[in-house]
Design a protein around this ligand. Structure first.
Ligand code: HEC
Length: 277
């Protein structure tokens, strides 16, 4: 998942979020106690030094971090392990969701400081020109030096400026996103791809991330974009609009055109299922 750029909207959201919580507080939505400061977490879960290959900076970096599964056990209790996904919300409304299975099979770390440099920020090298981004209050990273699978998946599930986490069951949490009843296999495949690659930034029927626009309600994008332009936009937004804020999605994915075609199949199907947000 390629990361988003800052926008005016993002700044407004940061101000609102900043007013509501302490600067180093993380919101554990649905937990018995929701707001936890860094000091409170550190009492329950000792922080450690970790080295990872950073998928934005494209080199090894060193961080101070809490082991994520221990943090989730301490805040939610062990039942989070039976849920489907951990939904994460960032300051600007970016909202990726990572399967619980990934946390159980691989090692995630909740980082709050860089050991190898003074500022808690990184230089995103996967965009041209490189941009400096702040990571605070938290940056979720994965042990990937000895884990080829996570390493190959690049920046999938590495949200920074993380302000809230919430274990969810996908269907119950996002009922309006599911394909229309009776939809065939291609639409369901497209839905899965949409969840990984588009949902962190976009809503459909009001559910999802808030970095980009709503794509279904009241008008579905396939009803007002002509098909070749839509396909081209998703593959390479800047080939359509010179200052597009949407990044080009999953540049390293092997069957990228196939992914985009199945996502469009899902979006077309959703034109027959409009639910007011
Ligand atoms: C990192 C955030 C991000 C991701 C991921 C993302 N988009 Fe976007 N998208 C945006 C933003 C921001 C815009 C607003 C237009 C712009 O870029 O200037 C946008 C605009 C669009 C539009 C135009 C909507 C309109 O009404 O003009 C479409 C269609 C779209 N995105 C589809 C997708 C699809 C499909 C995916 C997944 C394959 C996706 N986007 C992934 C951020 C994102």
């Amino acid at each position: 998942m390629k990361r988003r750029r800052a926008s005016a909207l993002a700044i407004a959201v940061v101000l609102v979020a900043g007013a509501a919580r302490g600067a180093d507080e993380l919101d554990f939505r649905g937990a018995p106690k929701t707001g936890w400061s860094r000091a409170e977490l550190a009492k329950l879960v000792p922080a450690q030094q970790v080295r990872v290959w950073d998928p934005y900076e494209l080199r090894e970096i060193e961080l101070e971090a809490f082991p994520m599964n221990a943090v989730l056990d301490a805040t939610f209790g062990a039942r989070w392990r039976e849920r489907d996904e951990i939904l994460m919300t960032c300051k600007d409304g970016f909202q990726p969701s990572v399967p619980v299975q990934r946390f159980l099979k691989h090692r995630a770390w909740l980082a709050f400081r860089r050991i190898d440099q003074r500022d808690f920020e990184l230089l995103e090298h996967d965009v041209t020109p490189p941009v400096r981004v702040e990571l605070a209050p938290y940056y979720l990273v994965w042990a990937n030096l000895d884990d080829p699978q996570v390493r190959a998946e690049g920046d999938l599930g590495w949200p920074y400026q993380l302000v809230a986490v919430e274990p969810v069951d996908f269907q119950a949490h996002f009922p309006k996103l599911a394909p229309p009843a009776g939809a065939g296999e291609p639409v369901r495949q497209g839905f899965l791809a949409f969840r990984s690659y588009c949902l962190p930034c976009h809503t459909v029927n009001g559910e999802g991330g808030r970095v980009g626009p709503e794509l279904n309600y009241p008008m579905n994008v396939t009803e007002y974009w002509h098909a070749p332009a839509l396909r081209r936009w998703i593959l390479d937004p800047r080939s359509v609009r010179s200052r597009a804020a949407m990044p080009s999605i999953a540049p390293g994915l092997a069957d990228r055109e196939g992914m985009v075609d199945t996502v469009i199949t899902y979006l077309e199907a959703m034109a027959t299922k409009k639910v007011a947000p």
